[in-house]
Design a binder for this molecule. Structure first.
Ligand code: FES
Ligand code: FES
Length: 152
């Protein structure tokens, strides 16, 4: 048994401890906003927030998050998350959408740490999130717009 909190809800799952967290969240908890892309921590599609830090959940054994607090795209909250969501909508960032929940998790994590990121900060924070549709220019601009919207 593994116990954790997901989007503020306490859950207990009865699966092998080495099962990837992504599988558990999608298949057991039916939260399918986080996507499977590569399965080897190379694309970022599976990114969730684990105790406030972005984590590649395709390689995270569920047993390792016992007692943790997890946020997924379905439950991401707070000032930064709202600013990111508004900026994403304002610029129509997604194309196919597959990578976008991971992008939004990483962008929100960045803004929680660095309220006014530079292009270099953004590139460093977002480097692990691949977009096959190459929405990178809009992603970068949306992060700047989100940061600007939180000023003052
Ligand atoms: S599916 Fe996890 S990083 Fe690609
Ligand atoms: S929007 Fe299609 S992979 Fe990023």
């Amino acid at each position: 048994m593994t116990n954790f909190t997901i989007n503020g809800r306490d859950v207990t799952v009865d699966v092998e401890a080495d099962t990837p967290l992504l599988w558990v969240v999608r298949d057991e908890l039916r939260l399918t906003g986080s996507k499977f892309g590569c399965g080897v921590a190379q694309c970022g599609a599976c990114t969730m927030m684990v105790d406030g830090m972005p984590r590649r959940t395709c390689i995270t054994p569920v047993g390792s998050v016992d007692g943790a607090s997890i946020e997924t795209i379905e439950g991401l909250e707070g000032r930064e998350a709202e600013a990111v969501a508004a900026a994403w909508q304002g610029l129509d960032v997604p194309q196919c959408g597959w990578c976008q929940s991971g992008q939004i998790i990483s962008a929100t994590a960045l803004l929680r740490e660095v309220p006014k990121p530079t292009d270099d900060d953004i590139d460093a924070a977002m480097a692990g999130n691949v977009c096959r549709c190459a929405t990178y220019v809009r992603i970068r601009q949306a992060i700047h717009d989100a940061a600007d919207s939180m000023e003052g």
